[in-house]
Design a protein around this ligand. Structure first.
Ligand SMILES: [Zn+2]
Length: 307
């Protein structure tokens, strides 16, 4: 048996280091996917640096978590992550940024929202077996078309939350008008519980600017249809400054509506950006092995907005 194995290795030119290297660098070579309780635990660990609080609940009553770092006076920034379920790595990026910004003093403050779409993220990480109601579980399985939810973007109502905001709702080129794993705008604007939680939190904070983290493509979307010229010029300039610190490409938004960023621009006329992290060649869902790179590229984003 042992001889046979040695001969097999020789014949197939398999070298000993193929077996050794994964043990030396287990986390770089072997990828594993976390489950939702581990994801939630990572968010709760933020309490070592800042108090974690709940901004609202999902359709299935799971908490949407947030934390604040810096001062409560001066410019306040909202950094919102993972409104699209399969883009949950952006929530972990928020956790890393929280730890980083808790480590030094700067002017103003930052609110991080880590899991804007808890039910969707849990479907991606755990599948559908945790959904208590059999009828809803069957509905989600039929919408998704498979037991594998790893590419799912919507919430547990099969609504794409980032198309459900009341900002030229229904005017997007990719909009879908029937429940789907992505792009379904809902039956009317602001119909979703998660969307209302984000909106009322934003109304309360009245932020100076917002960032929405998505994957992927290394692109910074700015501007919105109907935005006034002065604000657009302001956001164009900021997008190019963000591009300088991230290396990402600024792109003027076109034919996309109903997003959190769109709503912030239309309702508050504040600088709001959607940042798509992760190289275009990476496969969805981008795993946490990409985090060190994403953190390096994005660590100066909040500071650039607060300058
Ligand atoms: Zn997205």
């Amino acid at each position: 048996m042992k001889e046979g194995f040695t001969r097999y290795m020789k014949n197939h030119q398999v070298h000993w280091w193929i077996f050794i290297i994964p043990h030396l660098f287990p986390y770089e070579i072997i990828q594993y996917s976390m489950d939702y309780s581990e994801f939630e635990e990572r968010i709760k660990n933020v309490s070592a640096f800042s108090e974690v609080f709940i901004v609202g609940y999902s359709l299935l009553s799971q908490p949407i978590y947030a934390a604040h770092v810096g001062s409560y006076t001066g410019k306040q920034l909202i950094v919102q992550s993972a409104i699209h379920a399969r883009e949950y790595v952006t929530g972990l990026l928020g956790v890393e940024l929280t730890e980083y910004y808790a480590g030094f003093s700067f002017a103003g403050g930052i609110y991080f929202i880590y899991n804007s779409n808890p039910d969707g993220i849990r479907l991606v990480l755990d599948g559908s077996s945790w959904v208590g109601c059999q009828k809803l579980r069957d509905y989600l399985l039929s919408v998704n078309g498979s037991l594998d939810f790893s590419l799912y973007k919507a919430n547990a109502n099969a609504v794409d939350l980032n198309t459900n905001f009341d900002a030229k709702w229904g005017g997007g080129a990719q909009n879908v008008r029937c429940p789907a794993s992505e792009s379904f705008i809902g039956y009317y604007p602001m119909s979703e519980r998660e969307v209302n939680a984000l909106a009322s939190f934003t109304n309360t904070v009245k932020p100076y600017a917002t960032i929405s983290y998505h994957t992927k493509g290394q692109v910074i979307y700015y501007g919105f249809d109907g935005q006034n010229e002065n604000s657009l010029a302001r956001d164009d300039a900021i997008a190019y400054r963000l591009s300088a610190v991230t290396g990402y490409t600024p792109v003027l938004t076109a034919q996309s509506t109903g997003g959190y960023k769109d709503w912030c621009i239309e309702k508050f006329d504040i600088p709001s950006f959607t940042i798509e992290v992760g190289g275009a060649s990476l496969a969805h869902p981008i795993g946490e092995n990409a985090l060190p790179t994403l953190f390096e590229q994005n660590r100066n984003v909040p500071l650039t907005l607060l300058e």
